[in-house]
Ligand binder design. Structure first.
Ligand SMILES: [Zn+2]
Length: 92
């Protein structure tokens, strides 16, 4: 790896989080993508960071409801009839 490539690696890795946040300019995105396509070590870091973000997102979005509570809610919802419609008061 040349010193020039190493400089691009440093720049790319410094921009990686911003790249993943989709906050780079179009030119910066192109530059980062071109480097990632040509540099397996940086691509590996990118894939790792992307995987961690996806994992955090999935784990944070998972709503865990206790089974007993879920069953009670479903039983109550299924046991209720549709609410009666109340006519709106007529305008004077
Ligand atoms: Zn690189």
């Amino acid at each position: 790896m040349t010193a020039q490539n190493h400089r691009y690696c440093d720049e790319t890795l410094a921009q990686l989080q911003t790249f993943l946040d989709r906050e780079l300019t179009e030119i910066e995105v192109t530059t980062v993508r071109m480097h990632l396509d040509r540099c397996p070590p940086c691509k590996q870091v990118f894939r790792f960071e992307e995987h961690v973000r996806r994992l955090v997102k999935v784990r944070c979005m998972a709503d865990v409801c206790p089974t007993a509570l879920r069953d009670k809610i479903l039983a109550r919802v299924k046991g209720q009839a549709a609410p009666a419609r109340v006519p709106l008061p007529k305008a004077p």
